[in-house]
Design a protein around this ligand. Structure first.
Ligand SMILES: [Zn+2]
Length: 348
């Protein structure tokens, strides 16, 4: 009965990194495979090429898996599980972190939050208090300051590369590979994903910025350079994008069209005017299969941006659009501060 009454377009799930071994409450390899088997029992997976289709009236709910950011664990952990279970998916890959020593801003912050060992560090002459009780607040303030630096995101990454603590100084190579590294520098991992008929790869920009915060030229470069890189590596046309942080505007969609893309994956639908450019997705951050099943069934409703705030906190609809892997809440702060607070400076 539920099948008959619900929307007939596919539900699209949004995952990010899946570490080989995770902490309690995280989706790691074993919990992810449990989720895949659960989904396979109750729903019908579709290939990314079928995303525009509608299921028959009585057919099972259709489901597409998507993975954002292009972490190395997508190639080393996720892909083998999906291949073993013959489950299709699309991977949206940012190019920045294919270069060793370069990290996505959100991933860098997550690692700092989780692994930094000292009581603090100096930034522009000020002591950043990283004691456990102060760590989250400190990183929220640093995030706000970094996010308003111009030009965005070039200035932000310059500070990250030149003035912030180096991850290599306090994170083990294993943890780096498991949690935050991009795919292999020789690009073999990206190529193997792209060439597997089970999968597709799509654009996710070069540096993973909030596209609405970028100057128009910068946003266009972020999109086109990433698309051309993916095409060069895969030997295939790249016609799909997922907006980093689920952040986009009408101008973003226009730039994506100009870049030669023809489909965009969002998180929450903002305009609901062109379904091909605002494919809604629901984020999966919990290993609970009960919550997973609920989200799949109600994915379309959950991805509309008009729920009362009080209700979203109950159903978890507005949990992180593009979270820091393993974080404890900085992601929300990060995206919120980048969205609303561009005037406040930390170093006044
Ligand atoms: Zn992302």
């Amino acid at each position: 009965m539920v099948n008959r009454t619900l929307c007939r377009t596919p539900s699209v799930l949004l995952y990010h990194g899946v570490p080989r071994t995770g902490r309690c409450g995280e989706v790691d390899a074993a919990r992810f495979e449990t989720q895949v088997l659960f989904l396979k029992r109750h729903f019908a997976f579709i290939h990314p090429d079928q995303v525009g289709t509608r299921r028959a009236f009585n057919a099972r709910i259709q489901l597409l898996l998507t993975f954002d950011d292009g972490f190395r664990n997508n190639a080393e952990v996720v892909a083998p599980i999906l291949r073993r279970n013959r489950v299709p998916a699309i991977f949206f890959i940012s190019s920045r972190h294919v270069t060793p020593g370069k990290y996505l801003f959100s991933a860098y912050l997550a690692m700092l939050l989780r692994h930094f060992k000292a009581n603090g560090f100096k930034l522009r002459g000020e002591f950043m208090d990283m004691r456990l009780n102060y760590r989250q607040g400190t990183l929220s303030r640093v995030t706000r300051w970094l996010s308003q630096l111009k030009p965005y995101p070039t200035a932000l990454y310059r500070v990250l590369d030149e003035e912030m603590p180096r991850l290599e100084d306090f994170v083990s190579p294993d943890d780096m590979r498991n949690e935050c590294a991009g795919m292999s520098e020789d690009q073999v991992q990206v190529r193997e994903l792209a060439r597997d008929p089970l999968f597709r790869v799509g654009a996710h920009t070069v540096d993973h910025p909030r596209l609405e915060e970028c100057e128009r030229t910068e946003a266009f470069c972020q999109i086109t350079e990433n698309k051309l890189w993916l095409e060069r590596v895969s030997g295939q046309t790249c016609d799909t994008i997922a907006y980093p942080y689920g952040n986009y505007s009408r101008e973003t969609i226009e730039l994506c069209r100009l870049a030669g893309l023809d489909r965009g994956y969002a998180a929450l639908q903002k305009f609901a005017s062109d379904p091909d450019w605002e494919i809604p997705r629901i984020g999966i951050y919990s290993p609970s299969v009960d919550l997973l099943g609920f989200k799949v069934v109600w994915a379309r409703a959950l991805a509309l941006d008009y729920w009362p705030r009080s209700l979203t906190s109950v159903i978890g609809k507005k949990e992180r659009n593009c979270p820091l892997p393993g974080s404890v809440g900085i992601a929300d702060e990060t995206s919120a501060s980048m969205r609303t607070n561009t005037s406040e400076t930390f170093f006044e």
